[in-house]
Design a protein around this ligand. Structure first.
Ligand SMILES: NC(=O)c1ccc[n+]([C@@H]2O[C@H](COP(=O)([O-])OP(=O)(O)OC[C@H]3O[C@@H](n4cnc5c(N)ncnc54)[C@H](O)[C@@H]3O)[C@@H](O)[C@H]2O)c1
Length: 358
């Protein structure tokens, strides 16, 4: 079912449309410069639209690689009056949103997400995150798009792994939003094999849950930070495996680590059935990552812990972790920077790595 709603931002409201066929409409626009995932370059080129194509790999969203993208925009003739349409998954969004924020001190941009993760999560909130050296998402911007155009037709072509990665992020958002949102999300029995209409419903629910966070805390100071649930552990697993794990799957694994850490910190979740439901649901989704065992077999918990320590979200005097409270809410806690904390985190990584390593 087509849907439409606004997101309020410091730059004014922007519209999110969910409707099949929107990408074809974008391809008829004459005013746009397109930055797209290379897999859509042919479709864009056929319409004679000026475009830059990038490969959706983590190394392409690095500060070094941004030089080529920005030079390509310049050579294409993009000016401050151009409208940058970004077409792709979360990686291409990060590249495009960053370029739009800095190119000639800023261009208007809009986003057509093509992965489930892009549709159900990253498309709203205006964030860009760029890798620097070995540090994931170290620099970035928060500049809202002018429009988000979600064309569910893209879902047809997505492999189960990509669908699972998107659902991991959707499950996270709804769980963090609270019991009502999570129950509502689970009520549709979200699974990779759902048809496009069912995915569309889940995308809508996930975005309405995320809308609350990005409107109340656009610049990521308090409430929105909770959406990083699973991310410190997840980014560490991505880094330690040299990005051998897709981001959404890494977040799913990261949430399992966070649940394990919560228990090790003495929290009793036995009277919270939603924690077990979340864990079970994430396990079902992660099971779609066929090569996960081989990838995780190559790393140790202490490899992952080294990346955990280097995460940008920690304070100078403490580690920052997001765990589930005994009442079932997701909360940020500060942990002492000492051997005991590191041992607990290493054990949490070990629990998850051992579960999946081949
Ligand atoms: N800016 C944000 O708010 C935000 C939020 C969450 C995640 N992220 C970032 O997003 C990235 C992950 O993004 P992602 O999981 O969307 O995937 P992606 O952009 O990495 O794409 C994954 C793969 O799917 C392919 N693909 C894209 N669209 C397709 C389609 N319609 N059919 C078939 N294949 C398609 C891509 O070419 C690529 O091979 C991470 O780098 C993460 O840090 C950003």
């Amino acid at each position: 079912m087509p849907a439409s709603f606004d997101i309020q931002s410091s730059a004014g409201p922007y519209r999110v449309d969910i409707r099949s066929g929107l990408f074809d409409e974008v391809l008829q626009r004459k005013d746009a410069v397109i930055l797209c995932d290379h897999r859509f370059a042919e479709r864009v080129a056929e319409r004679g639209i000026p475009h830059v194509a990038v490969e959706a790999v983590e190394t392409a969203k690095s500060l070094d690689a941004m030089t080529d993208t920005i030079v390509a925009l310049r050579e294409l003739g993009a000016t401050r009056q151009s409208h940058l349409m970004v077409v792709g998954g979360g990686i291409v969004q990060d590249i495009g949103a960053f370029a739009a924020a800095v190119y000639m001190r800023g261009l208007p941009w809009s986003y057509v997400p093509t992965t489930l993760l892009g549709m159900a999560d990253s498309c709203i909130g205006g964030k860009s995150s760029i890798n620097v050296g070995k540090y994931k998402n170290l620099v970035g911007t928060i500049v809202p798009p002018q429009a988000v155009l979600i064309d569910p037709n893209f879902i047809e072509g997505l492999p189960p792994l990509q669908r699972a990665a998107g659902l991991c992020e959707a499950a996270k958002i709804c769980f963090v939003r609270g019991p009502e949102a999570f129950d509502d999300y689970l009520a549709d029995k979200p699974a990779v094999g759902m048809n496009v209409a069912a995915h569309e419903k889940t995308i809508h629910k996930s975005l309405l849950a995320k809308k609350w966070f990005v409107e109340i805390d656009e610049f990521d100071r308090k409430e929105r930070l909770l959406l990083n649930f699973g991310h410190t552990f997840g980014h560490a697993l991505e880094g330690a495996t040299n990005f051998g794990i897709s981001h959404g799957i890494a977040v799913g694994l990261g949430i399992m680590c966070a649940i394990d850490l919560g228990r090790r910190l003495g929290r009793d979740y036995s009277s919270l059935p939603r924690v077990a439901l979340l864990d079970r649901h994430l396990q079902d989704l992660v099971a779609n990552a066929n090569d996960l065992g081989d990838v995780l077999e190559k790393i140790t918990p202490s490899d992952a812990c080294r990346y955990f320590v280097a995460d940008k979200k920690h304070g100078s005097a403490h580690f920052s972790a997001i765990v589930i409270s005994e009442q079932g809410a997701v909360e940020r806690i500060a942990l002492p920077k000492d051997k005991n904390t590191l041992a607990l985190c290493e054990q949490a990584f070990k629990t998850v790595i051992d579960k999946y390593a081949a």
